[in-house]
Ligand binder design. Structure first.
Ligand code: HEM
Length: 138
């Protein structure tokens, strides 16, 4: 992720006219902040409820926020509207992992009596896996 402000330079030939790209990059930065806060909420919400297993309400909101922001960011980057290089195989793998995690969270939210420690650990492991993919797959 390139920081939005690094490109906020009028006349920077590398980005070809800053008003449009600067705005898109700031938008992308805001989406990334929401994306990371969403995953942080999911990880914190699952790990803090291991003793008395339950899906806290914030976890569902967090995972949906993170999923939507991730898909919007991937779409923006793939469309070429930003100065990021798209890595579509990485986006696809992350999407599959996130979809499984989201399914587990929805399952746990709709059937609270079926929530176990293993289910919560499974969600947490998938989030950590995707953080690792996001950071290490360059
Ligand atoms: C468990 C699920 C996920 C986790 C934990 C996660 C985590 C992260 C992290 C830590 C970053 C920052 C990486 C960096 O800037 O170096 C990131 C960025 C990003 N994520 Fe996710 N993500 C997840 C799911 C998704 C999904 C489903 C998509 C969409 C297909 C997505 C799209 C993106 C994009 C486009 C970026 C910014 C560009 C990049 O660094 O590749 N993420 N994500």
């Amino acid at each position: 992720m390139t920081w939005a402000f690094a490109y906020a330079t009028p006349g920077n030939p590398a980005v070809g006219g800053w008003p449009r790209l600067c705005g898109v990059n700031i938008f992308l930065g805001i989406l990334l902040v929401l994306h990371l806060l969403g995953w942080a909420l999911v990880l914190g919400g699952t790990l803090t409820n291991l003793r008395t297993p339950r899906i806290a309400p914030g976890v569902l909101h967090g995972i949906l926020t993170a999923l939507v922001t991730g898909i919007v960011m991937a779409g923006l980057i793939s469309s070429g509207a930003t100065d990021e290089d798209p890595n579509n195989p990485k986006f696809a793998v992350k999407l599959v992992v996130a979809a499984v995690a989201t399914g587990l969270v929805i399952f746990g939210s709709t059937r609270p009596e079926r929530v176990t420690r293993r289910l919560l650990l499974g969600i947490a492991v998938l989030v950590v896996l995707n953080v690792s993919i996001a950071v290490l797959w360059t």
